[in-house]
Ligand binder design. Structure first.
Ligand code: CP3
Length: 343
């Protein structure tokens, strides 16, 4: 037990650990000089995701530096549309782009070839499980159907996902088909990650916050429930973290309505509300990534508040969203030692 103790998994089982385990969303990324160096060798960003040697290397970089309690597979949520022939590309300074899909395109979607396309990512997962320290939890992930659909419909990032919201009102049947299709192929993808060695998986619904109450239930929570049910039908002990960024009060029933083991919280979730949610099950979060950029007292007081309010319940310490490129790696060292230094 003691040697293979994976703390993140213990918290997902409802245990309360002091200090809490810690990992950071986007912990492998441009704030690390060694990531930028590997990134240059890769050619395109997707080449980096599909080259197991390099993807393993960048996944391990933050583990070597900070000994985080979890490593997250290095990939991207947009490998799913890429596997669906949407011609995904990442242009420097412009964010992701792809060929936008319409109602006819949705009718033509096929799962044939998706698993083969994603084979290198699964290979990365198997190699990671072999190379990581035994005590490090390996997290797989994918995007939630709603968030992936927003990029597929618009063909690029937007500030408010107006194109996908509009499409959903105009073409409700096709939009439901798209979400169900994405839920099913994403569930298959998560099962493959689990079989290759992922200890738990996180579902990223980064754009949940632009939805109204009814739409959140239909477009965000329901497809995630469908995915988790599909994964658990095949792998009953699968552990799942569901992160619906910006969902606010709608998080109240999210753990129950989706069947997730734990829910991720962004920094706009008040800690008093987070404590209520934590009575029901484990939570993950929720430091503002800008506190890591600011460092010093802003970083320290943000960490202390979270530990004061959530530290006595099941907590996985994390940021409320991904770490940003301008964060100083030394501030991450300070963050990890402050979280671990407290009793
Ligand atoms: O967390 C990790 O360290 C694992 C890797 C990971 C990446 N993307 C690597 C990445 C994960 C878990 C993601 C998830 C992801 N990707 C999400 C959900 C979480 C979130 O941040 O909201 C979303 C919406 C995407 C789509 C995406 N990928 C966008 C919008 C961008 C461009 C913005 C940016 O930060 O550059 C990406 C690119 C991307 N994904 C980078 C990394 C390290 C930067 C690309 C580069 O290195 O050039």
């Amino acid at each position: 037990m003691s040697e293979t103790r994976r703390k993140v998994l213990e918290v997902l089982d409802g245990k309360c650990l002091t200090p809490p385990p810690i990992w950071l969303m986007r912990q492998a990324g441009r704030y690390l000089p060694e990531y930028r160096e590997t990134r240059l060798k890769a050619g395109s960003f997707l080449d980096l995701c599909y080259t197991p040697d390099l993807a393993v290397e960048v996944t391990l970089q933050p583990i070597r530096r900070y000994a985080f309690d979890a490593a997250i597979l290095f990939s991207d949520i947009l490998v799913i549309p890429d596997a669906l022939h949407r011609n995904v590309r990442f242009e420097e300074g412009h964010g992701p782009k792809m060929d936008p899909i319409d109602a006819d395109g949705i009718a033509r979607l096929s799962a044939v070839g998706v698993s083969g396309h994603l084979r290198p990512v699964i290979e990365t997962v198997s190699r990671l499980r072999r190379e990581l320290p035994t005590e490090t939890t390996l997290l797989g992930f994918c995007g939630a159907p709603w968030t992936v659909a927003t990029y597929m419909i618009a063909g690029h990032g937007t500030p408010d996902q107006a194109p996908a919201r509009l499409f959903a009102y105009r073409h409700p049947k096709e939009f439901d088909d798209l979400l169900a299709f994405l839920a099913d192929i994403s569930a298959d993808y998560l099962v493959e990650q689990i079989d290759a060695g992922a200890d738990a998986v996180q579902i990223f619904d980064s754009w949940a916050g632009v939805l109204g109450e009814e739409e959140f239930a239909r477009f965000a929570a329901e497809p995630v429930r469908r995915m988790i049910a599909s994964v658990r039908a095949r792998r009953p002990s699968a552990k799942v973290i569901a992160f619906a960024k910006g969902a606010g009060l709608l998080l109240k029933d999210y753990r129950h309505s989706t069947g997730a083991d734990a829910i991720g919280l962004d920094w706009s979730v008040p800690l008093s509300f987070a404590a209520e949610l934590q009575k029901d099950g484990p939570v993950q979060g929720n430091l503002d990534p800008m506190r890591v950029v600011a460092g010093g007292a802003a970083l320290e007081s943000g960490i202390d508040r979270i530990l004061d309010v959530l530290g006595n319940g099941p907590l996985i310490f994390n940021l409320g969203h991904g770490i940003t490129p301008q964060a100083d790696p030394a501030n991450v060292t300070a963050l990890v030692s402050r979280v671990r230094g407290r009793r």
